[in-house]
Ligand binder design. Structure first.
Ligand SMILES: Nc1nc2c(c(=O)[nH]1)N[C@H]1C(S)=C(S)[C@@H](COP(=O)(O)OP(=O)(O)OC[C@H]3O[C@@H](n4cnc5c(=O)[nH]c(N)nc54)[C@H](O)[C@@H]3O)O[C@H]1N2
Ligand SMILES: Nc1nc2c(c(=O)[nH]1)N[C@H]1C(S)=C(S)[C@@H](COP(=O)(O)OP(=O)(O)OC[C@H]3O[C@@H](n4cnc5c(=O)[nH]c(N)nc54)[C@H](O)[C@@H]3O)O[C@H]1N2
Ligand code: SF4
Ligand SMILES: [Mo]
Length: 750
């Protein structure tokens, strides 16, 4: 029998690292997935998850047809029936109760695929609701807010120039397991090892001695939630010892003196007890940072998902600035994606604002056009005008991933209508009335529209679908949903929205006086756009009008979709280059080092950080933190046998001293209680965690009735977010507190 074998190259969409995969397909089935050695960015690096796209594609529990709730269970229906059901149930709710009666929750995978990045916008535009919630407020909202206020653009994240830096101060990040975040780099471990190999130094600040900490030159344990104090004290020492040097960025700064004045009270001695970091260590690290030839300060989930998250994110970039490392090779730089919108070479823009509206029940401020997801449950539960009665979830599992999640679980059960776009019936989507399945990642083309923005090298790569889609594309599903909401009925042609989206991109480019197509005719450009699918045409339009683009003829050697297609291993566009001031979108055209929204709130935010003396002996004296494991991906890769097999991973890590004090032994079942909830988990005694700290991973808890993930259900683990307290937020960004939760731990049955 003849057999056909084809090799495909594509980017792994599972995490932010964007590794290149080499996928062999034999007779229509994936035979093997390994790292693509010729990928210009990852050079063959891959983690255990990348090769499981085959198992994900073949998972019998992955949904292939729409489901509609009938009585107690779901039945498979046609696409037409599914959309007819949405029309029948959702439209009367909107007509009667208004736009805000529909809530939206958008999860993490949306930023990992083109449908999510571009096609959710028309849906939100159609819905007109203010009740928009996303995984950003259980993650990086502090970074958006500080970047927005300092640089004018909430996505203008400063990233460590990993491949050239000689000193990396890393707080609350564990890239050996996570493969990095808000700093896209395949093979973070290799790049970290290279820093040390060239004589550089890595210092990791973390309450737990993680793999990343083990591999660093120095590990500094810190009391959870206190990094903002440490960072302010570091800035204070640099100012106090006359070490401030803003380098080439100096001429683009506003508010330097004010920023330094704000940190003045936070001396190393003043923060020592609360952070648990000796004053002498703080002084030494500050001097090392100031002296290093190219240093970067980088914080991630551990420092952002705490009440002082925005202050910490701000202080990170203040430190990068006052050590002369902002926008400097080897320091902390900005990405520049190949699809970036052209901006004025002299900088300046419309600025960034937060708090333009507030949530109905809690009065919580908007940021980035969304509300804190910690408030979703109360918005569903609380009657009155504007109450959320219907929910749309897209690629999210808030029942496992957001705080006080059993409250949200109960709230979802009380909705009048819920529609989910997802690939599984899981803890969240089991509450839906209609589930619209998205195809498998192997059935989509790919271009990393989100992550090239924060990539440590300038790279462009497009990948074709590996398998012929057996169900409608996710963007067509989102477009059809948007048309339905717009009142065009359940059977509108999704291509209308596709064309509107593309037309909007082209019209925006020709109207932009700095663009390479300024003044051209958008209709003419439309006739020149290439691409088989609507997502590909969007990529073509964006890269051609981007900084490296061909400008539709202007620069014949420039980027186009066709050129990307001719380079299946990607195109390397080189290392990061200094961007100031063109990338600044503040109204002043300067870096705002002392935005009022942050510096005015800073004293009270930092005063709210407790000290060990506040802990009651034998009371809620332990602090819960989370962890990630290499073979896991938030809440949703637990249905892949090869990833979850082996030793139980959802364990409570506790220091031997704390275990002794409570009479706990390894393997015992612990009862962990917080202000809002109680869970049980097996105990793992480990001096990896500092005394006073316990650690439980998130994303587990797969025992819910009605979910359809058979492998996950065999190793359910426990949901750590039953313990996290939705009422304690970062007051500036609205981000949830997921680390440093006060808990008590006892032995089950004791
Ligand atoms: N305690 C604690 N909680 C945390 C964290 C923590 O560190 N500690 N981390 C937080 C962080 S950083 C994040 S990002 C959030 C994540 O929170 P969520 O985004 O809510 O959760 P995920 O587990 O990423 O859920 C992804 C969902 O998308 C579905 N899915 C997968 N691929 C696709 C696709 O291609 N299309 C569609 N439509 N659906 C798809 C999956 O089936 C799953 O239901 O969790 C947060 N929660
Ligand atoms: N394997 C795997 N990879 C992933 C994911 C996954 O679930 N699994 N999720 C992806 C997502 S959505 C994201 S956002 C990224 C996250 O990427 P990272 O931020 O690197 O993720 P974590 O491993 O959660 O690292 C957070 C670290 O903060 C520490 N920490 C907790 N509290 C504090 C504190 O108060 N101060 C300090 N200094 N440290 C603290 C924890 O001990 C932990 O080591 O990972 C992505 N990659
Ligand atoms: S590190 Fe991330 S992008 Fe790379 S193979 Fe693993 S999951 Fe995929
Ligand atoms: Mo995340």
């Amino acid at each position: 029998m003849d057999s056909t074998v084809a090799t495909h190259y594509r980017t792994c969409p599972l995490c932010e690292a964007t590794c290149g995969l080499e996928i062999t397909v034999r007779d229509g089935a994936v035979q093997r997935i390994r790292g693509d050695r010729d990928d210009v960015f990852s050079h063959g690096f891959i983690c255990p998850k990348g090769s499981t796209l085959k198992q994900l594609h073949e998972d019998p529990d992955r949904l292939r047809a729409p489901l509609v709730r009938r009585g107690e269970g779901f039945v498979e229906v046609s696409w037409d029936e599914a959309f007819a059901e949405i029309e029948r149930r959702l439209m009367p709710l909107i007509a009667e109760h208004g736009a805000n009666a529909v809530g939206v929750y958008l999860g993490n995978p949306n930023v990992h695929n083109l449908s999510g990045v571009f096609w959710i916008r028309p849906l939100l535009h159609a819905l007109q609701t203010r009740n928009i919630f996303t995984a950003s407020t259980v993650d990086q909202m502090p970074r958006h807010v500080s970047s927005g206020l300092m640089f004018g653009d909430p996505n203008a994240f400063v990233i460590p120039d990993l491949d050239r830096t000689n000193y990396l101060l890393m707080l609350g990040a564990n890239p050996y397991e996570s493969n990095g975040s808000l700093a896209t780099a395949p093979d973070w471990p290799g790049r970290l090892e290279a820093i040390r190999a060239r004589g550089g130094r890595i210092v990791v600040v973390d309450p737990r001695r993680t793999r990343t900490a083990e591999e660093a030159d120095e590990h500094i344990p810190i009391r959870p939630g206190t990094d903002a104090l440490l960072l302010c004290a570091l800035a204070n020492v640099i100012a106090d010892e006359g070490l401030v040097d803003t380098g080439a960025a100096g001429e683009h700064l506003n508010g330097l003196d004010e920023a330094l004045a704000v940190v003045a009270p936070y001396t190393p001695e003043a923060v020592e007890a609360r952070t648990g970091v000796p004053a002498a260590t703080i002084r030494r690290i500050a001097r090392e940072l100031a002296a290093a030839d190219g240093a970067a300060v980088y914080g991630r989930v551990g420092v952002h998902t705490v009440p002082a998250g925005t202050v910490a994110s701000w202080a990170t970039d203040v430190l990068n600035t006052i050590t002369g490392n902002l926008d400097r090779p080897g320091g902390a730089m900005w990405g520049h994606p190949p699809h970036a919108r052209a901006s004025s070479p002299t900088g300046g823009g419309r600025g960034y604002r937060i708090g333009r509206w507030t949530s109905r029940v809690g009065g919580l401020a908007e940021a980035n056009g969304e509300l804190p997801v910690a408030a979703l449950a109360e918005e569903i539960e609380t009657p009155g005008p504007g109450q959320i009665r219907a929910l749309v979830t897209i690629g999210g599992n808030p029942v496992l991933s957001t705080p006080h999640s059993d409250r949200l679980d109960a709230a979802l059960a009380g909705l009048d209508f819920m529609v989910s776009v997802d690939i599984y019936v899981n803890e969240t989507t089991r509450h839906a009335d209609v589930i619209l399945p998205a195809p498998s990642p192997l059935e989509k083309s790919h271009y990393d529209a989100a992550f090239y923005n924060q990539s440590v090298r300038r790279v462009a790569k497009w990948s074709a679908p590996v398998m012929t889609p057996s169900q409608p594309s996710e963007h067509s599903v989102l477009a059809r949903l948007a048309s339905l909401i717009r009142g065009e009925g359940p059977n509108a042609d999704p291509a209308v929205i596709d064309e509107e989206l593309l037309g909007g991109i082209l019209r925006g480019a020709v109207a932009n006086e700095f663009s390479n197509v300024h003044g051209r005719d958008a209709t003419e450009l439309r006739s020149l756009v290439r691409g088989e699918s609507a997502t590909d045409r969007v990529v073509d339009a964006l890269v051609r009008t981007g900084p490296d683009g061909d400008g539709f003829g202007d620069n014949p050697d420039g980027l186009t979709l066709e050129r990307l297609q001719a380079h299946p291993h990607g195109i390397d566009l080189g290392p990061l280059v200094p961007r100031l001031p063109a990338n600044l979108a503040t109204t002043s055209g300067k870096v705002e080092l002392a935005p009022a929204e942050i510096v005015d709130a800073l004293p009270s935010v930092l005063a709210a950080i407790d000290s060990p003396a506040d802990d009651q002996p034998g009371g809620e004296s332990l602090r819960l933190i989370g962890r990630r494991h290499l073979r896991s991906n938030n809440s949703w890769m637990h249905n892949i046998e090869v990833l979850v097999k082996g030793k139980e991973r959802c364990t409570l890590l506790i220091h031997p001293d704390d275990a002794d004090a409570r009479g706990l032994a390894g393997g015992d079942i612990a009862v962990v209680e917080s202000r809002v909830g109680r869970v049980e988990a097996p105990i793992e005694i480990s001096d990896e965690v500092m005394p006073g700290v316990v650690c439980l991973p998130h994303g587990w808890g797969h025992a819910a009735a009605g979910a359809r993930m058979r492998v996950a259900a065999q190793r359910p683990g426990t949901n750590s977010n039953v313990l996290t307290d939705g009422s304690v937020l970062d007051p500036i960004s609205g981000n949830a507190t997921l680390n440093g939760i006060p808990v008590t731990v006892t032995r089950a049955g004791a």
